[in-house]
Design a protein around this ligand. Structure first.
Ligand SMILES: NC(=O)c1ccc[n+]([C@@H]2O[C@H](COP(=O)([O-])OP(=O)(O)OC[C@H]3O[C@@H](n4cnc5c(N)ncnc54)[C@H](OP(=O)(O)O)[C@@H]3O)[C@@H](O)[C@H]2O)c1
Length: 172
C-alpha cells in the first residue's frame, strides 16, 4: 500500500515540486493551498489531517517577505511561528511525521565554516525570528522519539535558495 502524504502550501514554489515528486515516488498525495487550508487556523489544520490520515506532512507554506516582515512582524510570526504549532499538534494527534522547511536566516552568516545542524542560531530580523520560532514549536511538540520507537517525529530543513518557474496552482 502506498504511503500517504500531505503538502501544505502546495501552490508555492517548493509545494508544487514536492507534490510532483511525491507522486512520482508513488505516494498518495494531498496538496492544499492557502484557500483550501489556512495553516493559521488550528481547527482547519486538525480537520484536514484527521480526514486524510497521512503518515508524513510537509509544510512548505510560509510568510516569505523578508523585508516587509520588519513592518508587520505579527503577520510573519502567525504563519512562520504559531502555525507550525498548529501543524505539530495536529501531526501528534494523527501520529504523522512533520517535515518542516525553515531557512538559513536562522544563522547570522558570520561563521567562518559551512554551517552544521548544531551550530548556534542567531536570527537577525523579524522574518528570521519567526522562522526560528516555527522550528522551536516543532521541537517542543514533536520530540525526536515522541513514541517509543526510533522514528523522528519531526524533521526540519533549512534551505538557502529554491525557485520554481511553474507555480500556476495547487495540485489536489
Ligand atoms: N525560496 C527560497 O529561496 C527559500 C529560501 C530559504 C527558505 N525557504 C523556505 O522554503 C519554504 C518554501 O518556500 P517557497 O519559496 O516555496 O515559498 P513560496 O513560493 O512563497 O510559497 C509559500 C506558500 O505558502 C502559502 N501560504 C502563505 N500563508 C499561508 C497560510 N496561512 N496557510 C497556507 N498557506 C500559506 C503561500 O500562499 P499564497 O501564495 O496564497 O500566499 C504560498 O503558496 C518556506 O518555508 C520558505 O521559508 C525558501
Amino acid at each position: 500500500m502506498s504511503q500517504r502524504a500531505v503538502v501544505f502550501g502546495a501552490s508555492g514554489q517548493l509545494g508544487v515540486e514536492l507534490v510532483r515528486e511525491l507522486r512520482a515516488r508513488r505516494y498518495d498525495v494531498k496538496g492544499w493551498d492557502r484557500t483550501q487550508v489556512d495553516i493559521t487556523d488550528p481547527a482547519a489544520v486538525e480537520n484536514a489531517l484527521a480526514q486524510f490520515d497521512a503518515q508524513v506532512v510537509f509544510n512548505s507554506a510560509a510568510y516569505n517577505q523578508v523585508d516587509v516582515a520588519e513592518k508587520e512582524p505579527q503577520a510573519a510570526f502567525l504563519v512562520n511561528g504559531l502555525a507550525v504549532r498548529n501543524l505539530a499538534l495536529a501531526c501528534r494527534q494523527v501520529d504523522a511525521r512533520l517535515v518542516h522547511f525553515s531557512t538559513d536566516y536562522v544563522f547570522d552568516g558570520a561563521a567562518r565554516h559551512p554551517y552544521v545542524e548544531d551550530d548556534p542560531t542567531h536570527p537577525l530580523g523579524a522574518y528570521a525570528v519567526s522562522k526560528l520560532a516555527g522550528e522551536l514549536y516543532a521541537q517542543a511538540y514533536l520530540e525526536p522519539n515522541w513514541r517509543a520507537n526510533c522514528t523522528p517525529r519531526r524533521i526540519w530543513i533549512r534551505p538557502w535558495w529554491c525557485e520554481h518557474r511553474e507555480c500556476s496552482g495547487p495540485a489536489d
